[in-house]
Design a protein around this ligand. Structure first.
Ligand SMILES: C[S@@+](CC[C@H](N)C(=O)[O-])C[C@H]1O[C@@H](n2cnc3c(N)ncnc32)[C@H](O)[C@@H]1O
Length: 582
């Protein structure tokens, strides 16, 4: 007999799907949002809040289950379904309107659950402080479809009460902390943003359905607010889907001017197009391309750029609830950082008329924030300066980047506990037109800066030297034994490529390793006759080459996608060929 109940009344799909999803999140580490979308459940918002609530309450649920012995007494009750049903009963709809057996079992324990709950109500507040953060509900009025005044009055007509604006940011935060239904308030910094008490849902609101209101967290509104493009200007949004910031930019500019919204991913590109359509962001032109291969000549008038690249998402409160304080895999963090540096540098150095660039992430890791900015500051020299965000926000902000980095405290951090929104990072670069842009060579579809090109050239030169020495040695070897052909290793040494990569990314690592092995195995018996100078310079070269190779290989392996690694390889090969023809 299979496990689980045999009963005639089916468990409602919502509960069954939710149980499956939370189980997968916990046991396989799946992403909550992707799992929900994969289930294709008709009521996404209901299933999302039920799953999130369950994951958030897990400690309490485990405690209740243990104390009441429900799973011991009811061995057929599926544990994840039990958690979902208890959540719904105690913190969700506070009722289980189904006759199915698992729900009836949970209902039979309701009294016991409530008794236990009264003893442990503060358990997660004590043990996991991040769980106590109650995110306010942020609603951005889409001023492309409805004026702010009308938007506010619509909510008032629905029974909401509009609170007066606070004189300081700290007072504003105190009001949000204690915000209760039916009150709502305008955001302190972003006028088109309204704030409602936590747990307010607007997913079924007609204004949300028709694009008049957007459920956009404050943190995600800050980048466009700080980029603040003038109406009539040209803007590039390099990582655009799902299009929240593109549509916000269009609203800030009153649909006057042009916003190129670039998105590489085809599926996300479709969402972007839909977002642009529903929000009436007519000034947005969507581009389904890799932002790294955009030809700047095709966008000569760009004055503002938003770089909001893929990141770890470590600042997102929902993610923190699901994954706790679990740190992102260091290897992935490295790859993300390499990509973030790459795309930001591309934006800063390739568009000659750009005045302001905003870089943002929903990450709270310095690896994706301060460290990226510091590396970029080195590259751009004085052609750009960081605008202190504190000044841009009239001293009304509390959290900034760390002073231990070169960017110092000029960038903004949104801290979920203090600012009551998602964790976020924003840096604002202003162009200094008195200083020319550092020369930046674009090759193929990969952009190398001068320093990188020089490094590649140096390594190439060292290799040529090495190959020549080997050739000399081979000749000497040939003279010594005229009938003896070159060894396989010697043949290979002539054609050693510092980046002997093939079309398979796994092979990249493998071949680099093979090359390293070959390098170190070259001092075979044939070389014993070489003079000391040769031996010395050979060894020096060898060490220098290996050092350089490792540095460049590391750089290449940090590139997030195989395509980039391959194009960099192509670039190096091209340079080699050129040198040979010369
Ligand atoms: C953090 S999301 C952007 C969110 C978006 N700015 C918004 O507010 O709705 C990053 C996006 O960048 C896209 N992306 C990543 N690499 C890209 C590239 N090379 N070119 C263009 N888009 C890219 C990802 O597919 C993803 O949709």
């Amino acid at each position: 007999m299979t496990s689980g109940f045999v009963h005639s009344i089916k468990v409602p799909r919502l509960y069954k799907s939710a149980a499956k999803i939370v189980q997968e999140v916990r046991e396989k580490g799946g992403s909550l949002k992707s799992l929900i979308y994969r289930q294709k459940h008709p009521n996404v918002s209901a299933i999302y809040s039920l799953c999130l609530n369950t994951l958030q309450r897990e400690e309490q649920l485990d405690h209740l289950i243990k104390k009441t012995h429900i799973l011991v007494n009811e061995p057929r009750l599926q544990p994840w379904l039990a958690k979902i049903l208890i959540t719904e009963l105690l913190w969700g709809k506070k009722a289980l309107k189904t006759e199915c057996k698992p729900a009836q079992t949970i209902l039979a324990y309701e009294q016991k659950f409530r008794e236990e709950l009264s003893n442990i109500s503060d358990i997660d507040a004590v043990q996991k402080p991040h769980k106590t953060v109650k995110k306010a509900r942020y609603v951005r009025i889409n001023t492309l479809l409805v004026s702010l005044e009308k938007g506010i009055s619509y909510f008032q007509e629905e029974g909401w009460s509009f609170m007066p604006k606070c004189p300081s940011y700290i007072e504003h935060l105190n009001v949000i902390k204690n915000l209760k239904k039916p009150n709502f308030i305008q955001d302190f910094h972003i006028s088109e943003l309204l704030i409602f008490p936590p747990d307010t849902t607007f997913h079924d609101h007609p204004g949300y359905q028709n694009g008049e209101i957007l459920l956009q967290d404050k943190a995600s509104c800050l980048p466009s607010h700080l980029l603040n493009p003038e109406p009539g200007s040209t803007v590039l949004d390099l990582c655009a889907a799902p299009g929240m910031k593109s549509s916000h930019l269009a609203a800030i500019m009153g649909n006057k001017g042009k916003i190129y919204a670039v998105e590489i991913d085809e599926r996300r590109y479709k969402t972007l197009c839909e977002q642009v359509r529903i929000t009436n962001a007519t000034s947005v032109e969507t581009v389904n391309k890799d932002a790294l291969i955009l030809n700047p000549n095709e966008y000569p008038n760009v004055e503002y750029i938003l770089v909001d690249p893929t990141c770890s998402g470590s600042g997102m409160l929902d993610r923190q609830i699901v994954h706790g304080n679990e740190k992102c895999d260091p290897q992935r963090l490295k790859q993300l950082q390499a990509f973030q540096v790459f795309i930001l540098r591309h934006a800063l150095l390739n568009f000659p008329n750009v005045k302001r660039i905003v870089y943002s992430t929903c990450s709270i890791y310095p690896e994706e924030n301060e460290q990226v900015i510091d590396e970029i500051l080195e590259n751009v020299q004085d052609a750009y300066k960081l605008s202190p965000v504190k000044d841009l926000l009239n001293q009304n902000w509390l959290n900034f980047s760390s002073k231990k980095y070169n960017c110092s405290d000029k960038c903004l951090y949104a801290n979920s506990v203090i600012d009551l929104c998602n964790g976020f990072f924003v840096a604002v670069f202003e162009r200094n037109f008195d200083v020319p842009l550092p020369e930046y060579k674009r090759k193929g579809n990969v952009a190398l800066n001068n320093r990188e090109v020089e490094e590649v050239e140096e390594v190439e030169a060292l290799h040529l030297e090495k190959a020549n020495t080997t050739r000399k040695r081979k000749k000497r070897g040939k003279r010594k034994s005229a009938n003896q052909g070159p060894s396989k290793d010697e043949e290979k040494s002539d054609s050693i490529s510092i980046l002997n990569v093939s079309s398979d990314s796994a092979k990249i690592v493998q071949e680099i390793n093979i090359d390293n092995d070959n390098d170190s195995s070259q001092n075979d018996g044939n070389e014993s006759c070489q003079n000391d100078d040769d031996e010395h310079s050979e060894k020096d070269n060898e060490v220098a080459i290996k050092k350089k190779k490792r540095k460049i290989e590391r750089k290449i392996m940090q590139l997030p996608r195989k395509g980039l690694r391959l194009s960099l390889h192509k670039e190096v090969t091209l340079q080699k060929k050129k040198r040979k023809t010369l």
